[in-house]
Design a protein around this ligand. Structure first.
Ligand SMILES: Cc1cc2nc3c(=O)[nH]c(=O)nc-3n(C[C@H](O)[C@H](O)[C@H](O)COP(=O)(O)O)c2cc1C
Length: 185
């Protein structure tokens, strides 16, 4: 049995939900998942000595949370030695536009470089729109963005775009490739 560190930062809650699902999938495959909210302080003595790491972070105003960046930078020496996967959570992940896709790839590459983890495997995960939980300002901004993108604009309800089965498949592929097959080899 291997240990997977499932670290995340989440501002509105969707990346937390996604990371919990990731941890459940890892455990369903017979491994141990250690779920870390990277915005909380973690004592180095608690380091779970993982065999692999899966990090989830949402895009807000074209940036990933500073707390995730800080954590990854502080632990980059250890992390870059491990098989790793980065789950970038956003609404842009739903777009079929090649320009939008290229922008997302560039944002993720720049982020990975900035935390000295240039070789990490990256996946784009569609997040959620929680209109009913946003304050007036956020609701207005997100509605404008959705109007321009042809997305939902009814602010009386929330929308979850995460494709849970696809997420399970991504995690399953990673765990098989990086842990199960390497253990056999
Ligand atoms: C204020 C705000 C700004 C956002 N900015 C972006 C953005 O620049 N690009 C994007 O693709 N998605 C953007 N989103 C969408 C979020 O990435 C999406 O809602 C995601 O599910 C948030 O994850 P979280 O709930 O873990 O914070 C934004 C959402 C909010 C509320």
């Amino acid at each position: 049995m291997s240990t997977v560190l499932v670290g995340y930062g989440s501002i509105e809650g969707q990346t937390r939900k996604i990371s919990r699902r990731v941890a459940q999938k890892v455990e369903a495959m017979g491994h141990q998942a250690v779920l870390y909210d990277l915005s909380e302080k973690h004592d180095d003595a608690e380091w779970p000595n993982p065999d692999a790491v899966i990090i989830g972070a949402p895009i807000h105003e074209h940036h990933f949370p500073a707390a995730v960046k800080r954590y990854l930078k502080a632990h980059s020496d250890r992390l870059k030695e491990l098989p790793g996967m980065f789950l970038s959570v956003s609404l842009g992940a739903m777009s079929d536009d090649e320009g939008d896709k290229a922008d997302l790839r560039k944002l993720c590459q720049d982020f990975a470089k900035s935390v000295h983890w240039a070789s990490i495997e990256v996946h784009q995960i569609p997040g959620a729109l929680r209109y009913t939980e946003y304050n007036f300002f956020k609701r207005f901004i997100l509605q404008q963005i959705m109007r321009a993108a042809g997305g939902p604009t009814d602010t009386h309800q929330d929308y979850e775009f995460t494709k849970w089965d696809e997420l399970d498949d991504i995690v399953e592929g990673f765990v098989k490739r990086e842990l199960d097959e390497k253990a056999v080899a």
